[in-house]
Design a protein around this ligand. Structure first.
Ligand code: ARG
Length: 458
C-alpha cells in the first residue's frame, strides 16, 4: 500500500517498523473526531480561497461518506497507513479521487492529532460527568435511607464517634463532587484549538483559526504553535482527575469490603453482584469491589506513564507523544466501568442497622463524657485525663461504658451527676454534633436537602 510520505523514500518499510510505529490499532477511536475537524478545516480553506466552493463540496461529501463507513463499522483501517489520520485521508481519496488529497493543505498531523485528542477529551469528560452525577445521586438516595441509622465512625480503623450513616455516604458524595470539579477543570484546559499550528511553526495559508475554533465548538484558540503541537499537559490533567477519582473509589471499596466481612457484618451485597469460590462452598465474595480498588493502580500507572514520556522531551513535537493515547483511553474506560460498578453496588447495598448501632456506642461515647465535665467548668485536658482513667478502669473490669454506675463515675470526678448517664446513648451523642457539617440529624438533613437540590433530584 502506497504511503502518503513515500516520495522521499527508496526502500520499503521494514515490517517490524511498520508494526512498531503504527498507532491506528488504538487511535482509530479518534476517527469521528478526525473527520469532524477535517470538515471544519476544509470549510476554512474554502473561506480563505485555498479551496474552491466545488472542491470543498466534493471533499465534505466524501468525508461524510467516510464517516458513515466508520459509524457502520465497515471502514477498514490499515496499519501500513500508520495512524487514523492517514487512514481517513486515504479513504477520502478513494471516495472522491485526487481532489481528496487537498484536505491536508495547511495542516500537519501534529496539529491534527492534538485537535482530535482535545475534541475527544471534551466529549468523554462530558459523558463521565453524567455518570459521576448518577453515582452521587445513588449516594444521596442511600443517605436518605440511612438518616436514622447510627453507625460508628472510625479513625485509625478504631471506633471513634457515633454518626448518622447518611453522614458517611454524604462524605463520599462530596469527594465525587470535587472529582467533577477536577474533570471540569481538565475540560476547560482542553477546550482550546491547536489546528492551524501546522507541524510546529504555524501555516502559510490564510486560515482563520477563530472560525475553525467556532465551528468545532472550542472556547478559544491556542496562541502559540509550538506549545500547541508539543504539549500533552492537558492529558495529564485528565489522567490526574481520573486518578483522584480512583482513590476515592478505592477507599469506598475498601470500607465496603471490610463492612461486608463477617467480622464487621455491617452491610451485604446482593448475590447478583458477588462471585463465589471454586473450592469453598460458603464463600460470597465482593470481587467487584476488590477490582475497583485494584484498578486504581492502573489509573496511577497511566498518569505516571505519561509524565515519564513528557519529561525532558525537546520542544516541540516528538513521536514519543504517540504514547499518550493508550493511557488516556485506558484511564477513561477504567474509570467509567468502576463508577458504573460502584453505582450498582450502592443501589443494591443492604445495611444491618442493629449491628451498626451496637458498634456505635461503648467507648465511642467517651469524648462526650469528657465534654460533660468541660461544661461543668473543668479544663478539657483534665477532663480527657479523668475519662481516660475511667476507660482504663472499665477495660480492666471488662465493663462497657454504658454499664458504668453513677457511683463509679463520681469516684473519678465529683462533677458527674445523674444526667451524665443519659449521655451514654449513641443517638443522643450523634445528635449533639450540631456544627455546620456535623453529624447531628438536623445538619445531615440540611445536607441531604442541599445535595438533592444540587443534583437535581425530586
Ligand atoms: N500518530 C501520531 C501521534 O499519535 C500522529 C502524529 C504523527 N506526526 C508525525 N510527524 N509523525 O502522535
Amino acid at each position: 500500500m502506497e504511503k502518503p510520505w513515500e516520495g522521499r523514500f527508496k526502500e520499503k518499510t521494514e515490517e517490524l517498523v511498520e508494526r512498531f510505529t503504527q498507532s491506528v490499532s488504538f487511535d482509530k477511536r479518534l476517527a469521528l473526531h478526525d473527520i469532524q475537524q477535517s470538515l471544519a478545516h476544509v470549510k476554512a480553506l474554502k473561506s480563505s480561497g485555498v479551496l474552491s466552493e466545488e472542491e470543498e463540496r466534493v471533499i465534505s461529501s466524501g468525508l461524510q461518506r467516510v464517516k458513515e463507513d466508520v459509524e457502520k463499522g465497515t471502514m477498514e483501517f490499515a496499519k501500513e497507513l500508520e495512524d487514523v489520520h492517514m487512514n481517513i485521508e486515504r479513504a477520502l481519496i478513494e471516495k472522491v479521487g485526487d481532489v481528496g488529497g487537498k484536505v491536508h493543505t495547511g495542516r500537519s498531523r501534529n496539529d491534527q492529532v492534538a485537535t482530535d485528542e482535545r475534541l475527544y477529551i471534551k466529549e468523554e469528560i462530558e459523558k463521565l460527568q453524567r455518570e459521576l452525577k448518577e453515582l452521587r445521586r445513588a449516594l444521596v438516595s442511600l443517605a436518605e435511607r440511612t438518616l436514622d441509622v447510627i453507625a460508628p465512625s472510625y479513625t485509625h480503623l478504631q471506633r471513634a464517634q457515633p454518626i448518622s450513616l447518611a453522614h458517611y455516604f454524604l462524605a463520599y458524595r462530596e469527594a465525587f463532587l470535587m472529582d467533577s470539579m477536577r474533570l471540569s477543570n481538565a475540560h476547560r484546559i482542553a477546550d482550546s484549538l491547536p489546528l492551524g499550528s501546522g507541524a510546529s511553526a504555524g501555516v502559510d495559508f490564510p486560515i482563520d483559526r477563530f472560525q475553525v475554533a467556532e465551528s468545532l465548538g472550542f472556547r478559544s484558540v491556542l496562541r502559540n504553535s509550538l506549545y500547541a503541537t508539543a504539549e500533552r499537559d492537558f492529558i495529564l490533567d485528565v489522567l490526574y482527575a481520573c486518578a483522584v477519582c480512583g482513590v476515592h473509589l478505592s477507599r469506598l471499596s475498601e470500607d465496603l469490603i471490610l463492612w461486608s466481612s463477617e467480622e464487621f457484618g455491617f452491610v451485604s451485597l446482593p448475590d447478583r453482584l458477588c462471585t463465589g469460590s471454586s473450592i469453598m462452598p460458603q464463600k460470597k465474595n465482593p470481587d467487584v469491589l476488590e477490582l475497583v480498588r485494584a484498578k486504581t493502580g492502573r489509573l496511577y500507572g497511566n498518569m505516571i506513564a505519561l509524565f515519564t514520556v513528557l519529561k525532558g522531551l525537546p520542544y516541540a513535537y516528538n513521536r514519543d507523544l504517540q504514547e499518550d493515547k493508550e493511557p488516556l483511553f485506558d484511564s477513561l474506560d477504567t474509570l467509567r466501568d468502576s463508577i458504573a460498578v460502584m453505582k450498582l453496588v450502592l443501589e443494591g447495598l443492604s445495611v444491618n442497622e442493629e449491628r451498626m448501632f451496637s458498634c456505635a456506642g461503648g467507648f465511642a461515647l467517651a469524648t462526650d463524657l469528657a465534654n460533660y465535665l468541660v461544661l461543668k467548668g473543668m479544663p478539657f485536658r483534665q477532663a480527657h485525663k479523668v475519662v481516660g482513667s475511667l476507660v482504663g478502669y472499665l477495660v480492666e473490669k471488662r465493663k462497657k461504658l454504658e454499664e458504668v454506675s453513677l457511683e463509679e463515675l463520681k469516684h473519678f470526678s465529683e462533677l458527674f451527676d445523674e444526667d451524665a448517664l443519659k449521655l451514654l446513648d449513641p443517638r443522643i451523642v450523634a445528635d449533639r454534633r450540631k456544627t455546620y457539617g456535623g453529624t447531628a440529624r438536623e445538619q445531615v438533613l440540611l445536607q441531604i436537602e442541599n445535595a438533592k437540590r444540587e443534583e437535581g433530584m425530586p
